[in-house]
Design a protein around this ligand. Structure first.
Ligand code: C5P
Length: 227
């Protein structure tokens, strides 16, 4: 099954503290955004890419796409104030009403095998998200005091990609928008509809480039992938 990927890339990356969009920072002389785009450019099952960008960065990004021979971007739309708004803008520009995958442009190390598993599960069941098991002991804390140790067996850390049948994500986004509901991921919007969202086990190296430490980790992961 072919799919379209929606890539929100309109953040400011405040936590990175780089003074510019963190997606323009380079790992091995290649911008993070291009690393992520290459995963989908090289996946024969990906038929198109939709990007959400900041208006003032659009021309720069378009030049970047040409320079790095990225050919599958079919639409570039203006992102919103929150990530969810950027994803909804991408969805509205999607030419494909089959399976859509939402993926943070700031996660350049996603593996093709996980993407394909997500697409297959979404095709069969409607919605699937990449996730890894919680590794640490998890506790609920209020005002600096532990309230409860949460059973780790049932806890998963959720990543992107998140894959959906188009109609399901469109309904979830439309209702969230109407209700001014802001979720922390797309799965949350689908959960609100009472629909099931499946887990696909991903890898711990599918990290989101968020802080300066993540850039160091990113170099290590790239070295490992090259071996
Ligand atoms: O800030 P964070 O890393 O969590 O953002 C995840 C992804 O969402 C990034 O690729 C970022 O560019 C994007 N984003 C967006 N629009 C926003 C905020 C974030 O497209 N308003």
């Amino acid at each position: 099954m072919m799919y379209t990927v929606l890539l929100p890339a309109a953040g400011s990356g405040k936590r990175m503290g780089a003074g510019q969009n963190k997606l323009f920072l380079e790992l091995r002389q290649i911008p993070i955004l291009i690393h992520t785009l290459r995963v989908f450019e090289q996946d024969s099952k990906c038929k198109s890419i939709v990007l959400a960008v900041k208006k003032e960065e659009q021309t720069f990004i378009e030049q970047m796409l040409i320079k790095h021979h990225i050919t599958k971007v079919v639409a570039i739309t203006e992102g919103g104030a929150e990530r969810q708004h950027s994803v909804y803008a991408c969805l509205k520009s999607s030419p494909d009403q089959g399976i859509v995958l939402v993926h943070d442009a700031a996660r350049p190390f996603i593996k093709q095998v996980v993407i394909h598993q997500l697409v297959q599960t979404a095709e069969e069941s409607g919605a699937a998200v990449a996730a890894v098991r919680a590794k640490d002991t998890m506790k609920k804390v209020e005002n600096g005091i532990i309230q409860e140790t949460v059973d780790r067996e049932s806890l998963w850390v959720i990543q992107t990609p998140q894959a959906f049948q188009y109609a399901l994500l469109e309904k979830a986004e439309r209702l969230a928008d109407k209700d001014c509901f802001l979720g922390t991921d797309e799965a949350m919007l689908v959960e609100r509809l009472g629909e099931q969202v499946h887990i696909v086990e991903s890898t711990y190296d599918n990290v989101k480039m968020t802080t300066k430490e993540d850039l160091l980790l990113g170099e290590v992961i790239l070295n490992k992938h090259k071996q």
